[in-house]
Each structure stands twice: as structure tokens, then as C-alpha cells.
Write a protein that binds this ligand. Structure first.
Ligand code: FAD
Length: 293
């Protein structure tokens, strides 16, 4: 199937892109890497009147560290994240997560901004942003907004972005010396969207978590920053403490069943992910499901 007829405009600047978005409103769609937009148009799930191609706006590219903040432009491609020494040094969770996004051909074109604006609940990068406590920067003609990642994703393929705004980039606090991260997903094949996944960022001191942000994906309509993790902060973790946190986690998730997994299986996998995360980050094999504890 082919897309319905549409008009095409190559934006020359952020201001130019915003003019077009304001003029066309809901009838326009931004084009970044095209890896989600074009298939959706070809399947006629959406039929925008105008495509606003932002691919040549150089100010939306790049990775920089300034004032203790790592800034990543919206047009930064998945492959650039994967290869970036700055990302590996200051946000290594992202390096690990992006290796699970699709396959090289898609990573060569797909962009960070596109992935976040698309907001697939099973995608790796939105959850990583929530775990990393990122700020998502969006710009409209009148003002720029900075939105905490945990508030940016509002539902399946839904975000706090309006049709007249552009996602400009993200800001990430840089990892501290005592920072640790965990990323794992269950998927049928490497590169597939996850059946259940966890991106986590922690600070570990003296065998305790002094901070733990666990963002689960593919187990609700958006990435979920689990409140269960707060039960694991500044406490000596025993198998009983972990079982209690797992029960809290299961109650706060709202997974959907589909042909890949039932809701019950997704909940079960999320509990396994939490246990593996805690056991890995604390170096405590006794806390692994089926461990010695
Ligand atoms: C076969 C296949 C497998 C895939 N597997 C995975 C996977 O395992 N995990 C995963 O996370 N992703 C996967 N993807 C999706 C891929 O990561 C996409 O690249 C990504 O979701 C969208 O990025 P994009 O730059 O291609 O965005 P586009 O397709 O260009 O745009 C996606 C949406 O975001 C909007 N948008 C784009 N940029 C902006 C912006 N700056 N401001 C406002 N709105 C914007 C567009 O209007 C559109 O609605 C897969 C894709 C394919 C085709």
C-alpha cells in the first residue's frame, strides 16, 4: 500500500518549521527519520496533508556537555547515540538501551526526537529518559517548554507535545561516580520491540540504594516510573523486602495482553526484571529469582 497524496516542505530553520506547523495545525506532520511516520502513512493509519521535513535543521543535531548537563538534539540518530563517547561516559544507560532499538538500517535513520514524539509504550528510549530523569525541551512559536520525561508521555502514542510544537532536544543530568544503571528487555528476537523491559538508574553507596529510578516499558500505556522502587531506597534489602516491593510493582502496572504475551505474563516478567535489577546493581546473587536467599 502507498501513502495518500500529501504536500512536502523542507523546513530551513526551527522558526520556519513552527510557521508551517501553526499554519497547518493537525493537518501537518513533522518528518525526522521517517522510520515510524512513513510506515504509518503507507498503511494509511494517518494521512497528513503536509509533511514538514526537519532533517536539514542543523541546530537540532548534536551532543554536548555544558554546566553538568548533557544536551542531546532531537535529530541525533540512534546510531549517533550508540557511538557517542559523551553518551557512553555521562549516560551509559542510553548506550546500552539504544543497542536494543531495531536493527542497523533503522538505527541509521531513526532519531531520538522521533522516538520520543512517537511514544510507543514498548520503546526503549522513552523509558530510558524517564529513568535518567531527563527534561524534554519543546518549542512553540510563543514559548519554549521544559517537561520532565515522566510527565511527557501521556498514553499510547500520546505525549504532552501539541501539533504546533517541535521537540527540540533533551537535557540529562550527568552520571555521578556512584551512579549505576541496569537495562534489560524480554523480546522475541534482538531488535524487536520489548514484551517487557526495564531501564534503571541508581546511586549505590555502602551496599544500599540512595536513589533508584526504575522505568518499566511495554507493561502499561506509557513508561512507568515505579513507586515500588522507593521501598528499596536506604534500606537493607532482604528477600522479604524485595517480595514486598514486587507486590507493589505488580499492583501499579497495567499491562495489556496481546498475541505476544498475556497481561499476567507481562506482570510476572516485570517482577523478574525488578529482582534482576536489584541483584545486579547490588552484586547480590542471593536476591535473584531462584537464588540462594
Ligand atoms: C522494523 C522496525 C523496527 C523498529 N523497532 C524498534 C524498536 O525495537 N524499538 C524502538 O524504540 N523503535 C523501533 N522502531 C522505530 C524507530 O526507532 C523509529 O526510528 C522511531 O520510533 C521514530 O524515529 P524517527 O526519527 O524515524 O521519527 P519519524 O518516523 O520521522 O516520526 C515519528 C513521529 O514523531 C513525530 N516527530 C518526529 N520528530 C519530531 C520532532 N522533533 N518534534 C515533534 N514531532 C516529531 C512525527 O511527526 C511522527 O509522528 C522500529 C521501526 C521499524 C521500521
Amino acid at each position: 500500500m502507498k501513502a495518500a497524496a500529501f504536500s512536502y516542505a523542507r523546513a530551513t530553520s526551527v522558526a520556519n518549521a513552527l510557521e508551517l506547523l501553526v499554519a497547518y495545525g493537525d493537518k501537518a506532520k513533522v518528518l525526522s527519520g521517517g522510520q515510524s511516520l512513513i510506515p504509518a502513512m503507507n498503511l494509511r493509519l494517518i494521512s497528513p496533508e503536509l509533511i514538514v521535513d526537519i532533517g536539514e535543521i542543523t541546530e537540532l543535531r548534536g551532543i554536548a556537555v555544558r554546566g553538568g548537563v548533557l544536551r542531546v538534539g532531537a535529530l541525533t540518530r540512534h546510531v549517533d547515540l550508540l557511538r557517542s563517547p559523551e553518551i557512553a561516559a555521562y549516560a551509559p544507560l542510553l548506550t546500552e538501551a539504544v543497542a536494543h532499538v531495531a536493527h542497523p538500517a533503522i538505527r541509521n535513520r531513526g532519531t531520538l526526537g522521533g522516538s520520543l514524539a512517537h511514544a510507543d509504550p514498548a520503546a526503549e528510549l522513552p523509558a530510558s529518559m524517564v529513568a535518567l530523569n531527563a527534561t524534554i525541551v519543546v518549542r512553540g512559536q510563543a514559548r519554549e517548554r521544559r517537561i520532565a520525561a515522566r510527565d511527557f508521555f501521556t498514553g499510547i502514542y500520546e505525549t504532552a507535545l501539541s501539533a504546533q510544537e517541535l521537540l527540540i532536544g533533551v537535557e540529562l543530568p550527568i552520571a555521578q561516580k556512584s551512579s549505576a544503571h541496569f537495562f534489560h528487555e524480554f523480546a522475541r528476537r534482538h531488535g524487536d520491540y520489548a514484551i517487557a523491559g526495564l531501564a534503571a538508574q541508581a546511586i549505590v553507596q555502602g551496599g544500599l540504594f540512595t536513589d533508584l529510578r526504575t522505568a518499566f516499558f511495554a507493561v502499561a500505556d506509557r513508561p512507568i516510573l515505579a513507586k515500588a522502587a522507593t521501598k528499596l531506597i536506604n534500606v537493607g534489602i532482604t528477600p522479604t523486602v524485595l517480595v514486598e516491593a514486587s507486590a507493589t510493582l505488580a499492583a501499579e502496572l497495567d499491562p495489556q495482553g496481546d498475541q505476544q504475551a498475556s497481561a499476567a505474563m507481562r506482570r510476572h516478567l516485570a517482577k523478574i526484571l525488578l529482582a534482576r535489577c536489584v541483584s545486579t546493581l547490588l552484586g547480590r546473587p542471593d536476591l535473584t529469582p531462584g537464588g540462594t536467599g
